[in-house]
Design a protein around this ligand. Structure first.
Ligand SMILES: *[C@@H]1O[C@H](CO)[C@@H](O)[C@H](O)[C@H]1NC(C)=O
Ligand SMILES: *[C@@H]1O[C@H](CO)[C@@H](O)[C@H](O)[C@H]1NC(C)=O
Ligand SMILES: *[C@@H]1O[C@H](CO)[C@@H](O)[C@H](O)[C@H]1NC(C)=O
Ligand SMILES: *[C@@H]1O[C@H](CO)[C@@H](O)[C@H](O)[C@H]1NC(C)=O
Length: 456
């Protein structure tokens, strides 16, 4: 049975709601306020990194709150060092400086691959590409982790939660779960198990061929599943529920089997994580990624083009025809900046995250700059507890999970919910708890659990 990560995220989020209750949440009919305009993938409002990858244009304050997204770049990424990876507490949107943003703890292994690690009291590791892909062929050559409650994932996730997945549950090494979502809407008919030989012992190449008209999931060059767009027509909504918006590549290792997650999620993941597991080494669970290959396709015919550098959304419909390719800026001057005020830079003294980053040449920004650091400092990095708290503790990276998905019925505007998790190097339990974000909105009809991306 296939379940989305999202659900677990959601569950975790709800359980942690109290902790982050003060952070404004966002979701359907509940956009972010002007002061903290950007709606993160976890359904919470903030500035800085909240406005970068994962910022949801549908629920942010305005369509310009989220920063434009770097366009697709074909490349063969050999993951043999950390040089092309920037922690999410430091990344400000310059994709020419780093191809990947991390949360958690990626570790170089034998100079020829990267380990996504998950130590006790952490929520694992997430790598997200800085460049988006708007159709392309994406391959990851990797091995997974194993054990009850341990999930490895290789997915594509767009800012409006279109998603294409390979998810590996650590109690079934002979299958990978393929799945896809349109705007995070959960449809349990979308998932399908694919057979594979021992995902821990054997290095396999998993490939998503994402075309405007179809998606194929392949393993070692063999097509295992095809989904045509024309099979995804939703008569109620009168649209194709097919992934169609620019998406980031995400690789992650995360603990679905945490007591704080919902029972359904724990069951899906094969039980609770055993933090004294024989499958851990050097004190952590690990999945290995050797290579990620990206071959970009040309944007679909008839797309709106006024440039070649970045993708933006022109409407809250969040569909393929609302994407434009522009030359708009993708970089923020500081962690206090937003898509609406990208040059804002109160000179970094105070806000932690900003201080640790090489803030790009901050031109002086607008007026309000100085006031930002006073009183209620806005959240600046999704998954890391509030502005100023964790500073450059790069360990505080949140890791992500994949799934999003939402459940949902239609409108009722309860918010979305999402959760993110952060991990610290030596986190105390309470730390770990506090990092779990949540958003809680009204639980009720979970409308869109948006975000679950979580990687928790
Ligand atoms: C659906 O799309 C596929 C691939 O684009 C095509 O081969 C097939 O004929 C289409 N089916 C229908 C019913 O239109
Ligand atoms: C069709 O879309 C609506 C939302 O627009 C959703 O609630 C419903 O579950 C979808 N139906 C199917 C069969 O996917
Ligand atoms: C968007 O998708 C529709 C099918 O739903 C297709 O007919 C149209 O060409 C696409 N437009 C772009 C710009 O991708
Ligand atoms: C094309 O994109 C530009 C830039 O976002 C936008 O201003 C314009 O309204 C778009 N045109 C159409 C027809 O959507």
């Amino acid at each position: 049975m296939v379940r989305s990560v999202v659900l677990s995220a959601l569950a975790a989020a709800l359980s942690a709601t109290a902790v982050y209750a003060a952070i404004p949440t966002c979701g359907p009919n509940n956009p972010c306020p002007e002061a903290t305009p950007c709606c993160s993938q976890y359904g919470q409002c903030g500035v800085g990194a909240y406005c970068l990858g994962g910022c949801d244009p549908l629920f942010s304050h305005s369509l310009t709150s989220c920063v434009a997204a770097p366009v697709c770049k074909s490349s063969d990424y050999k993951l043999t060092s950390l040089s092309d990876i920037t922690p999410n507490t430091q990344y400000l949107g310059d994709s020419s400086k780093a191809s990947w943003v991390s949360s958690g703890t990626p570790v170089v292994y034998q100079d020829n691959s990267l380990l996504l690690t998950m130590a006790p009291n952490t929520v694992g590791t997430l790598l997200s590409s800085t460049h988006y892909v708007w159709y392309g062929k994406i391959s990851a050559t990797m091995t997974t982790s194993q054990g009850a409650g341990v999930v490895t994932a290789f997915i594509m996730m767009s800012d409006v939660k279109d998603e294409i997945d390979f998810e590996f549950v650590g109690v079934d090494l002979e299958h990978v779960q393929s799945n896809y979502y349109f705007q995070g809407i959960t449809d349990y008919g979308n998932g399908q198990n694919l057979a594979v030989s021992n995902t821990v012992q054997n290095v396999h190449t998993y490939t998503l061929d994402w075309q405007p008209d179809y998606i194929t999931w392949s393993i070692d060059g063999r097509v295992m599943r095809t989904k045509n767009r024309n099979e995804t027509w939703n008569a109620t909504a009168q649209q194709y529920h097919f992934p169609q918006t620019p998406a980031r590549i995400m690789l992650s290792l995360w603990p679905a089997g945490l007591p704080t997650n919902g029972q359904g999620t724990i069951d899906w993941a094969g039980g609770l994580v055993d933090w004294n597991s024989p499958y851990m080494q050097n004190g952590y669970f690990y999945a290995m990624v050797k290579d990620v290959n990206v071959q970009c396709y040309d944007p679909p015919t008839g797309y709106n083009s006024s440039g070649s550098k970045s993708y933006v959304y022109n409407s809250r419909a969040g569909t393929n025809d609302t994407i434009a390719v522009t030359n708009q800026n993708t970089i923020l001057a500081s962690f206090q900046a937003t898509g609406e005020d990208p040059s804002k830079n109160p000179n970094a003294q105070s806000s932690s995250a900003a201080a640790s980053s090489p803030s790009a040449g901050a031109s002086k920004s607008s007026s309000a700059a100085a006031s930002a650091s006073t009183s209620a400092a806005p959240e600046t990095v999704p998954g890391v507890s509030g502005a100023g708290n964790r500073g450059e503790d790069t360990s505080g990276v949140q890791s992500g999970g994949s799934g999003s998905a939402a459940t949902g019925s239609s409108s009722s505007g309860s918010g979305s919910s999402g959760s993110g998790f952060s991990q610290g190097t030596t986190p105390s339990t309470s730390d770990a708890q506090r990092m779990r974000f949540v958003q809680g909105g009204s639980v009720a009809v979970v409308v869109v659990a948006l975000g679950a991306v979580l990687f928790l």
